[in-house]
Design a protein around this ligand. Structure first.
Ligand SMILES: [Zn+2]
Length: 518
């Protein structure tokens, strides 16, 4: 009986050993692949950061802040990151770069040449706003680490190769095609960055991915199909130009509050375009009175190679330079205008009408219904511009006159119109067309969108393109296995908890789309 029991134990041990050996061998044969972790912009807009770990190299794509204040969460162990890649200069994609260096990061930061010029301006703008203080020296080191790489050029950093593709969203904005080694295979991962709407006058068309094994795609307007979307860029801006032309001919002034990065330059180009066609009276003065906008326009001028065919034909000398344009200091626009009393166009910084020179312009213009206020960007619910757009009969305007802050309730008579043609983000149709071009894609991860937008887009992708879709949560990790013939390899989800502790969490992150995201 005793001998029998001993035999049983020996058999069990042998059996267990055999099982473990088989599992070990089967795991050995299983292809390893790069690991991606979603560190930001998961089920929300803001704080973009994708962590990639591959063959001993760790790096990130984007290092975005959550809001204008520069809050947000850094990826784990910044000191062990080999390098970083930035898709574009909006703060929700690059805003935490100084904090990353402060936390020990020492690598290169790859971006396109235009992005390398825009990032210092954008970080400079947020530096003053209640963000965590980063020593000047660290801040400068972050900026000195930017490595400009032209679109299309293949970069090899350690075992990873990548190139930038045009994303049309903003000057210098890129999608990134990453070639990641996986054993004897290579996994192609395409990270979309923010994808343009196709309506840009100044930027060349976006480049769609030709091939990808895996795609990380934005979904800001994934659940939205714009009814104003038309195939022709010119046509899409016609309603705006006609309204501006009508107001000016009726003796009114036109106020266009606009974000300094991208939107202002697009508005300048569209106005010039329709002045050439006579839709907007060509003798009208166009005031751009934000010093930051002028700095950014300078970057557009210096990076003419990144501008559209139209821009090259329209501006044979310097880009965005036309006879009607008056690039002036903040208050000069009002002084010059007061002298001449001729209808004029004012493009002011502060897309929401609440800051800089915008309230001052509004206080001068609100009482006359011949004046036109053009809202060309997304407005937060409850904001001044949104209230005006909704036709509220009394609105509170906070404005500053001679260093004195005043608050006034006004009954606006000014005509207010909203235009979607300036949107810098693709809608659901644009996103599907971009993704549909990627041959071989087996799985798509949707980021940079509120849950509803991402969920609607996920269904559309499954339905029309037949791809597998995941809307990851923050910290979710996935192994990207290389393809085996036509059979897609299943994902292995990594435990989300206990991977790494966060360096710091953002405090009271505003759950809203901010500058440049519309
Ligand atoms: Zn953006």
């Amino acid at each position: 009986m005793k001998r029998h029991a001993r035999w049983l134990i020996v058999c069990a041990i042998v059996l267990l050993g055999a099982v473990l050996l088989v599992e070990f061998l089967s795991k050995r044969g299983e292809p390893e692949g790069p690991v991606i972790r979603f560190w930001g912009a998961a089920r929300r807009v803001g704080g973009s950061c994708l962590l990639v770990e591959n063959a001993g190299v760790r790096f990130i794509v984007d290092c975005g802040a959550l809001g204008e204040t520069g809050s947000g969460a850094l990826p784990p162990r910044p000191d062990s990151l080999g390098f970083a890649i930035l898709t574009h200069a909006h703060i929700d994609h690059c805003g935490l770069l100084p904090e990353l260096f402060k936390a020990g990061f020492k690598g290169r930061v790859y971006c396109t040449p235009a992005t390398a010029e825009l990032v210092p301006i954008m970080l400079g703008m947020t530096r003053g706003i209640s963000r965590e203080k980063v020593a000047r020296e660290t801040y400068d080191r972050a900026l000195a680490s930017l490595v400009p790489i032209p679109f299309g050029e293949i970069v090899k950093e350690r075992s990873v190769s990548f190139r930038f593709m045009r994303a049309e969203h903003l000057l210098g904005a890129a999608s990134v095609e990453l070639m990641l080694p996986a054993g004897a295979d290579t996994v192609t991962l395409v990270v979309s960055g923010d994808i343009g709407s196709g309506n840009s006058v100044l930027l060349p068309p976006l480049e769609k991915p030709r091939h990808a094994d895996y795609v990380v795609m934005e979904s800001t307007y994934g659940g939205t199909a714009r009814d104003t979307a038309v195939a022709d860029t010119l046509e899409s801006h016609e309603a705006f130009a006609e309204a501006v032309g009508r107001a000016l001919r009726a003796g009114g002034d036109v106020l266009i509050p606009s974000f300094t990065l991208g939107r202002t330059q697009e508005a300048m180009a569209v106005i010039d375009m329709f002045m050439r066609k006579g839709v907007i009276p060509p003798e009208t003065e166009v005031f751009v009175d934000s010093p930051t906008a002028q700095k950014i326009t300078g970057v557009y001028r210096r990076n003419k190679a990144d501008l559209s065919l139209w821009a090259h034909e329209a501006y044979t000398a310097e880009a965005l330079r036309f006879p009607a344009l008056r690039e002036v200091r903040s208050r000069t626009s009002l002084k010059v205008h007061a002298r001449k009393h001729l209808p004029a166009i004012f493009i002011t910084s502060s897309g929401d009408l609440a800051h800089a020179n915008a309230p001052r312009h509004l206080m001068r213009m609100f009482g006359d219904r011949r004046n036109l206020l053009c809202i060309i960007g997304w407005q937060a619910p409850g904001s001044l511009a949104q209230r005006l757009l909704a036709g509220e009969r009394a609105v509170l305007v906070r404005h500053q006159e001679a260093k004195k802050l005043s608050e006034d309730w006004v009954s606006p008579a000014i005509t207010v119109k909203g235009f979607h043609s300036f949107s810098a983000h693709a809608d659901s149709r644009g996103l599907l067309a971009w993704l549909g071009a990627a041959r071989g894609a087996q799985h798509v991860f949707l980021v940079h969108g509120e849950e509803r937008q991402a969920a609607v887009l996920a269904e559309a992708i499954r339905g029309t393109l037949g791809l597998e879709v995941t809307v990851p949560r923050r910290r979710d990790g996935f192994v990207l296995t290389p393809r085996k013939g036509a059979v897609p390899k299943a994902f292995k989800e990594l435990p989300a908890a206990g991977v790494d502790t966060l360096k710091r969490e953002g405090a009271a992150a505003p759950d809203r789309v901010y500058e440049g995201n519309e």
